[in-house]
Design a protein. Structure first.
Length: 561
C-alpha cells in the first residue's frame, strides 16, 4: 500500500513538472513569436529562479575558497536574490530578450519581456517594475507596458516600437529557443535546475547586410566570407544550466560538413594568433589574464566537430573547466578584495588623523607616542587610548585605569575590545590578538619624538578624567609643512603591537624603507599631518628617496613631486 502511494506521488510530481515545462515553453514561444521579426539578430531567455543566486554562491564558495565566500557574502548577492524572489512572487516566470538589427541604435536598444501566466500577474509585475524605476532617478529613460500576460520593459522608443508589433511568424526561432530551455534532469532536488539560453539566428534582413557588407579578412581568415556566414551558418546557440551542477553547451549549426570544418579550422587559427601575439608581448609584469590562462582557455574552449555541427561543452565536474574558472575569477576577485582593504585602511587613517587634530584643538598639541604616563613620566598607555574620545570611543576610554600600565590585570582585559579603526583588514589574525599595525613614526626629528621620561607637576583634566599626559609636538613645530610630514603609518605585520601598548615604529632614517617594506610587501598606507591619507608604492624609487624627508618635521628638505 505504502509503495503504491509513493509511486503515485512520484508520478503526480513528474506530471506537474512536465506541465510546468510545457507552460514555460509556450510562454517563451509566445513572447518570441510576438516580438521577433525578419530583422532579428538574437533572442535569449532565462528562467527566473533564486537558485541562480544560491547555486552561484555555493559554487564560488566551493571552488574559490575564502575569496569565494567573501564575495558571495556581499550585499550584492542578497540584493540579487531579493530581486529575483520579488519578481517570482509577483508572478514573473521568464525573462526574454530580443535584439534586432534596428535596435543597434544607442537611442533605441532591444526589448526585454517578462512572462507570466495571466494578465493579473502581469499587472503586478509591471507595478513592481514601475516602483523600481521610480527608485532610480537620473537613470536611463526606461518605460514599461503590459500586453495581456506579457510585460515589456526597455528604452521608451523600443517599448513603443515593439508594443505596436504584430506576430511576424518567427515560429522556428521561437520553438528553438523554447527547446533550449528544456531540462534533461526532471528529478533534480527542488525540480529541474533553471536554465538560460541564447540563440543567435539572424533574420533575412541582417543576413542580407552580412552578405553584402562583410569585410575581407587577411589569411588565414580570408575564407570566412559574408556569403558563407549568411547562407551556410544556421544559428549559434548557448545553453547554461544553473549552478551548482552547472552545464554549458555552445552549438554552431551549419549547412554542410565543409562549412563546419572551415569554421573549426578558423577557430583554431584564431586561438593560435592570440597566443602568438601574447607570447610576443609577454613581460614579467603582464596584466591578467596571463598567457597561461589563455592557453588553458584555448584547450578547454576549442569546439568538437560532429558532421555539420560544432559544439563546446563544459560542466561543474570537468576538472579542466573548474581550474580555468578559478584561474579567470581569482585574480580580479583578489584585486577587488585588496582594493576594498586599501580603502578601509585609508578611511581608518583619515579618521585617526582627524582625531589627532581634534585632540590638538583641545590640548594645544598632538599626543606623544607614549601619551599616557605616570607622574614620573613612565609610559603607561598608547596615544591610541588617549584619542579614543575623539573616535566615538568614550565608553571604552572610561573603562581604563590611567594610573596603571597597559598590561595591568585590569587594562589587559580591554585589549580584546580594540576599535575597528585600529584593525588591519589584511591581517584579521592580528586583530584577534588585539594587535595593530597603525603606528606613529617615532624619531627625534619626526613629529613624534621618543619619550624622555620627564616628570609632570600635575595631571590634565580631559573629559572629566584626571590623567598625566606626556607633552607632544604642536603644529607650529612642523616647519616642513603638514602635507610633507608623516603622522601615522601602517607598518608591516611583523611590527604589529598591542593597540594599548605605548609602542610605535622606532624609525631608523638610514634604513626606513627596509623597515617599512618588511618581508617583501609592495605597498603601505600613511596619514600626513594635514589629515590626508595616501598609498605608498614601496618599490617606487622616488618614494625610497623621499621617505626620510617625509618623516622629519623640520629638516628643510625639498620634496619634488
Amino acid at each position: 500500500m505504502l509503495r503504491q502511494i509513493a509511486l503515485n506521488t512520484a508520478i503526480v510530481f513528474i506530471y506537474i513538472i512536465a506541465c510546468q515545462h510545457t507552460l514555460a515553453n509556450e510562454r517563451v514561444k509566445s513572447a518570441v513569436e510576438h516580438l521577433a521579426s525578419d530583422d532579428l539578430l538574437m533572442v535569449a531567455a532565462i528562467e527566473l529562479d533564486g537558485r541562480w543566486v544560491t547555486g552561484l554562491q555555493k559554487e564560488l564558495g566551493e571552488r574559490l575558497g575564502e575569496e569565494g565566500n567573501i564575495l558571495t557574502g556581499s550585499p550584492a548577492f542578497a540584493m540579487a536574490l531579493g530581486f529575483v524572489e520579488s519578481f517570482r512572487s509577483a508572478g514573473a516566470k521568464e525573462l526574454v530578450l530580443v535584439q534586432g538589427a534596428g535596435d543597434l541604435n544607442a537611442k533605441a536598444g532591444g526589448i526585454a519581456a517578462l512572462t507570466t501566466d495571466s494578465p493579473e500577474q502581469a499587472a503586478k509585475v509591471r507595478q513592481l517594475l514601475e516602483g523600481l524605476r521610480a527608485m532610480l532617478p537620473g537613470g536611463p529613460d526606461l518605460a514599461t507596458t503590459q500586453q495581456d500576460s506579457l510585460v515589456l520593459v526597455g528604452l521608451k522608443p523600443a517599448v513603443e516600437r515593439y508594443a505596436g508589433r504584430q506576430a511576424d511568424g518567427e515560429i522556428a526561432v521561437a520553438e528553438k529557443l523554447a527547446s533550449l530551455l528544456q531540462s534533461d534532469d526532471e528529478h533534480a532536488e527542488g525540480g529541474p535546475l533553471p536554465k538560460m539560453a541564447i540563440l543567435v539566428a539572424p533574420g533575412e534582413e541582417p543576413r542580407r547586410v552580412i552578405r553584402e557588407l562583410w569585410p575581407t579578412f587577411p589569411k588565414p581568415f580570408r575564407k570566412i566570407t559574408g556569403e558563407m556566414l549568411a547562407d551556410e551558418v544556421h544559428y549559434l546557440a548557448v545553453e547554461v544550466t544553473s549552478p551548482p551542477e552547472w552545464e554549458l553547451r555552445v552549438t554552431v549549426d551549419t549547412a554542410s560538413e565543409n562549412t563546419a570544418k572551415l569554421l573549426e579550422q578558423n577557430i583554431h587559427a584564431a586561438w593560435d594568433l592570440v597566443l602568438r601575439k601574447l607570447q610576443e608581448n609577454k613581460t614579467p609584469e603582464a596584466p591578467w589574464p596571463t598567457l597561461e590562462v589563455i592557453q588553458r582557455a584555448a584547450h578547454v574552449l576549442t569546439p568538437a566537430r560532429d558532421g555539420t555541427v560544432l559544439e563546446i561543452t563544459a560542466s561543474h565536474d570537468d576538472p579542466e573547466m573548474v581550474e580555468l574558472t578559478a584561474a579567470v575569477l581569482l585574480p580580479p576577485i583578489r584585486a577587488a578584495r585588496e582594493a576594498a582593504r586599501r580603502n578601509s585602511r585609508l578611511n581608518n587613517l583619515k579618521q585617526m588623523a582627524l582625531a589627532m587634530h581634534n585632540y590638538h584643538d583641545t590640548l594645544k598639541s598632538f599626543p606623544a607616542s607614549s601619551a599616557i604616563v605616570d607622574k614620573q613620566g613612565k609610559p603607561l598607555l598608547s596615544w591610541r587610548v588617549a584619542v579614543l574620545p575623539f573616535l566615538e570611543g568614550q565608553t571604552l576610554y572610561n573603562q581604563f585605569h590611567f594610573d596603571e600600565p597597559w598590561d595591568s590585570p585590569h587594562n589587559l582585559k580591554l585589549l580584546a575590545q580594540m576599535p575597528d579603526v585600529y584593525k588591519d583588514a589584511s591581517h584579521p589574525e592580528l586583530s584577534a590578538e588585539g594587535k595593530t599595525t597603525y603606528q606613529l613614526p617615532v624619531h627625534s626629528q619626526s613629529a613624534f619624538p621618543p619619550s624622555d621620561g620627564t616628570s609632570l607637576e600635575k595631571p590634565t583634566t580631559l573629559l572629566g578624567r584626571q590623567i598625566y599626559l606626556a607633552p607632544g609636538r604642536q603644529l607650529r613645530e612642523i616647519t616642513d609643512g603638514t602635507s610633507n610630514t608623516v603622522m601615522i603609518v601602517q607598518v608591516p605585520p611583523e611590527l604589529a603591537v598591542p593597540w594599548t601598548k605605548p609602542a610605535d615604529w622606532e624609525v631608523n632614517l638610514a634604513n626606513a624603507w627596509q623597515q617599512l617594506r618588511g618581508k617583501g610587501r609592495g605597498e603601505a598606507t600613511a596619514a600626513f599631518c594635514d589629515g590626508s591619507a595616501h598609498v605608498w608604492d614601496l618599490d617606487d624609487e622616488w618614494f625610497k628617496e623621499n621617505l626620510p624627508k617625509f618623516i622629519t618635521r623640520d629638516g628643510e628638505e625639498i620634496v619634488e613631486r
